[in-house]
Design a protein around this ligand. Structure first.
Ligand code: 022
Ligand code: ZN
Length: 372
């Protein structure tokens, strides 16, 4: 079938909006009509060519929501008409990782997904007769896409696509890191480094679990007001601390010894070190969420760790997608989480390059493309 897509033909070039060909779902696969998709920094990172695993030509996008239109052979748990959110971290419930209960990083289709292919080693998309790669198993920058059943969370049908698409990445990554990965307790102190589309969700996750103090750190002063709306109790702009400002010392002074939990939501290795070192001696936990560039390394003195700080990391918020994403959609529908105020722009697919330009300029939090 003909579908409308934003194609990443070459690294560093704008996306090309055009009709592409999509084959129907094969064994274990599902055809999904995508109704809305968010633009995430990771899409921009891959498009820039800096992602060493980035493949071209491809259809990017990993933060979507839509409706099942057709199921392939062997699909048991989904039917036409079901509302779904694609999962770049699938949940097969059978692989050693899923069975371990110790991680959300399902390995069942990881090798083919990382190579831009469906589990059978081929692609469903083509353009001018040439294969086009899938992206993170999702490719939500197309109004129809094919996704393995194990990479789809079935959600309630009354949830609005233009809001809950954000649960496909940013919301779950932020709130999940607090609840599932770090397991922040009530009355904890928390610092969030970077108040963007993920950091603000860490802030609201920390508020939900009853954190007593939530300190936001960002070089953009406009993020303070937004942060306070989501639960920040304090804001620190490192640029206000002067040329050789000591951010770690400042945070330790503010909290009388450091934080119970810190979260790095930028992908900057210097910030990761500061986040670790501002965690409290003896028990502080620092969670890396941001994705750093290829080849980057983190460092600290071992003293920081032998004195009881723990350095941990989280992907997709530690969430098991098919189990946890429908619950998070319920939380949104029950009014327990705020997504609406984080969606600062809504655009048509034709304007997707303008959306990435706004992201580049740091304008707004989340841009959502709504398909007509
Ligand atoms: C997406 N991310 C951040 C914002 N938007 C994000 C963060 C982390 C990962 C992926 C996306 C991630 C962490 C660890 C892994 N990934 C590897 C997991 C594994 O090896 O099992 C990751 C994932 C998917 C893909 C690449 C990297 C992919 O499909 N190409 C989960
Ligand atoms: Zn993302």
């Amino acid at each position: 079938m003909d579908v409308m897509a934003a194609l990443a033909l070459e690294a560093g070039k704008p996306l090309v909006i055009d009709m592409v060909q999509l084959e129907g779902p094969k064994e274990g696969e599902v055809l999904v009509e995508i109704k809305a998709t968010g633009l995430c920094h990771t899409d921009k990172f891959t498009l820039s060519g800096q992602d060493p695993e980035g493949l071209f030509p491809s259809i990017l996008g990993h933060e979507g929501a839509g409706i099942v239109r057709e199921v392939g052979p062997g699909v048991k748990g989904l039917k036409a008409g079901d509302h779904v959110i694609p999962l770049y971290t699938p949940e097969c419930r059978e692989c050693p990782s899923c069975l371990s209960r110790k991680t959300n990083l399902c390995t069942s289709i990881r090798a083919t997904q990382g190579r831009g292919l469906m589990p059978d080693g081929t692609t469903r998309f083509s353009y001018k007769g040439q294969p086009v790669y899938h992206y993170m198993g999702c490719s939500t920058f197309a109004n129809y896409t094919v996704i393995p059943e194990i990479a789809l969370a079935k959600i309630r049908p009354d949830a609005p696509f233009d809001k809950v698409c954000y649960i496909g990445c940013g919301v779950t990554t932020g709130i999940g890191a607090v609840m599932f990965t770090a397991k922040v307790e009530p009355m904890s102190t928390v610092a969030v480094f970077g108040l963007g589309g993920i950091g603000l969700n860490v802030v609201q996750g920390a508020r939900m679990v009853g954190a007593r103090r939530i300190i936001g750190i960002d070089v953009n002063p406009a993020r303070e007001a937004m942060g306070r709306k989501f639960g920040l109790t304090d804001f620190v702009n490192p640029r206000d601390l002067g040329e050789n400002g000591d951010l770690v010392g400042h945070l330790i002074d503010m909290t009388g010894g450091g934080l119970d939990y810190t979260f790095e939501c930028v992908g900057n290795v210097k910030l990761m070190r500061q986040a670790l070192e501002s965690a409290h001696r003896g028990w502080g936990v620092s969670c890396v969420i941001g994705v750093a560039g290829a080849g980057q390394e983190i460092s600290t003195r071992p003293f920081q760790l032998v004195t009881g700080r723990r350095w941990i990391g989280s992907a997709f918020g530690g969430a098991r997608g098919r189990t946890d994403v429908p619950r998070i959609v319920d939380w949104y529908m029950e009014g327990r989480i705020n997504i609406d105020d984080l969606i600062t722009q809504k655009i048509a697919l034709e304007d997707i390059n303008k959306g990435f330009e706004m992201m580049e300029r740091g304008e707004g939090i989340r841009t959502v493309v709504e398909y007509k």
